[in-house]
Design a protein around this ligand. Structure first.
Ligand SMILES: [Zn+2]
Ligand SMILES: [Zn+2]
Length: 180
């Protein structure tokens, strides 16, 4: 899947959609292609900004709905880190993330040792663990360079001006939930 060619990934996407009775519309396919083309775990608003020049008329709500449907089908993953907006990841195989505390950049990290982290015994909590995800907080190479240069990194560069705050009360709890 994730390691395959882009063509292979699009074919997989179409197959999963068909199997679940979700028509492969131009909008849905373009959303998926936009995600495949980005390695930076974009926010829903960043996906929307990328789509506008390609699709013209598309509403933000439509994009949010498409992303939610993709998450439900396991086509993409929604990742959340404390204090930042939900981010979308076309890589659904288990992996972990390096999260920059300055610019909120999210970088994939793979280390077989992380796959083998022992899960706690949660029987006493009535909780069934289905998966795990580790995020390491730190400072990315760009921000470290900028710091050395004495320039303060901009935290707002990742946010879209004028975008509705997805963390506000109008957002359903479903949208805020993170996948493992
Ligand atoms: Zn950074
Ligand atoms: Zn990732």
């Amino acid at each position: 899947m994730s390691s395959g060619s882009r063509q292979g990934q699009v074919e997989w996407f179409e197959r999963v959609c068909r199997d679940h009775g979700l028509p492969v519309t131009v909008q849905r396919r373009t959303v998926f292609e936009v995600l495949l083309g980005r390695r930076d775990h974009p926010t829903a608003d960043q996906v929307y900004d990328d789509l506008k020049p390609r699709l013209g008329r598309v509403s933000r709500t439509t994009v949010y709905r498409i992303l939610d449907a993709f998450v439900d089908l396991g086509l993409i993953a929604r990742i959340c880190h404390p204090g930042s907006s939900a981010r979308f990841d076309p890589k659904v195989l288990r992996h972990d993330h390096l999260v920059c505390m300055h610019c909120e950049k999210v970088i994939d990290v793979e280390d077989a040792r992380l796959d083998r982290i022992p899960w706690p015994d949660t029987r006493g909590y009535g909780f069934e663990i289905r998966g795990h995800h580790v995020h390491f907080r730190g400072i990315c190479s760009d921000c470290r360079k900028r710091r050395k240069g004495g320039e303060s990194p901009s935290k707002s560069s990742q946010r879209t001006a004028g975008a509705p705050d997805r963390r506000s009360g109008s957002v359903s709890s479903k949208k805020r939930r993170c996948n493992p």
